[in-house]
Design a protein around this ligand. Sequence first.
Ligand SMILES: C[S@@+](CC[C@H](N)C(=O)[O-])C[C@H]1O[C@@H](n2cnc3c(N)ncnc32)[C@H](O)[C@@H]1O
Length: 350
Amino acid sequence: MKHYLYKKEKNNFYPVNDEALNIKAKRRLDEILENKETIGVPTRLLKKWDYVALFQSNGDINKANALYILDENSSYDLSNKLNDLTAKEWLSETVTVFSQKGLGASNKDAQIEKQHPAPFSFQDVLRLINFFTKENHTVLDPFSGVASAMKACAFEKRNGVGIELNSNFHELGKERLKNEIPDDFSYKPKQRLLHADSLEYIKKIADNYFDFIITSPPYWNILETLDHKGKQRMNNKLAYKYSEEDKDLSNIERYEDFLDVLSNFFDSCSRILKNEKYMCIIVSDFRKKDKFYTFHADLAKKIEKKNNFKLKGIRILYQRHKSIYPYGYPFSFVPNVHHQNVLIFQNIKK
Ligand SMILES: C[S@@+](CC[C@H](N)C(=O)[O-])C[C@H]1O[C@@H](n2cnc3c(N)ncnc32)[C@H](O)[C@@H]1O
């Protein structure tokens, strides 16, 4: 007897040994396959349908609304409207700490990324995109730099829109997508990079256009203070700040004004994001002269106060490959900030 129905006992999956129930389960699987679009079965599961069975924790066929994926030993809930992940994949993404993954500085696909002073690793952003969207969803990065988020979207079959003010980064982003995404990837042409001021551009975007927003904005004007890394970049003739343009948020002089502009901008993103969908903002705290700024907390509080977004949690991205510098040694404690905060907001617009 081939098994089409599985249950769970003591955290392990087992086939249900009842022929009549397995026949019923096969029929139900055929129905699911027939209505795959309406139900929203992830394409990757359709591709391995021979390895998919019906699943209900007690083996109750009448309540079964999940699939068991035999070769992954995990289940996928058919009522999952957020992402295409199995239960196992979902749970690991709820742990509040994760480690940065990069290609390595010498990788040929890391050469364009290196020309930006503060890119995120596309593998890290890919994890967040995979958690907060399904295939074919539409994602915005309003401060897209060299298009790391759009590269992840192309790999993961999402439609991406990136907005970047600096023409050099915008061009590098286009080159990156051209060179680093294979031509036969069907979502390569579905990435749009716009050279614009996000604060102005998003006013032209239709209501409820996006399924997810993920971005890392300028961290006020910290790049102006040339630390070790900045000096190294300057010596190597690499960009060490974004631009001199007034519209560039990193050129706002006072921290309080910067926070106001940035939080108002994120609040206005609520309109173009579907309700109940998520926005992830990746930021780190920083030090300027002898003052330490809790940027992540200041920004989170300001955005939440406006009542369009609810803070759902923070994940810490540990940047374990960053060099350690002897700031302050041997006189005082000066931190090497080696983590980013992923602020996770849900749209609860009024
Ligand atoms: C932290 S970086 C983002 C890097 C990006 N995540 C990547 O992986 O390349 C912030 C970006 O915001 C851009 N920026 C600053 N002000 C902007 C504005 N008003 N509109 C659009 N982009 C802006 C900067 O030029 C910079 O590239």
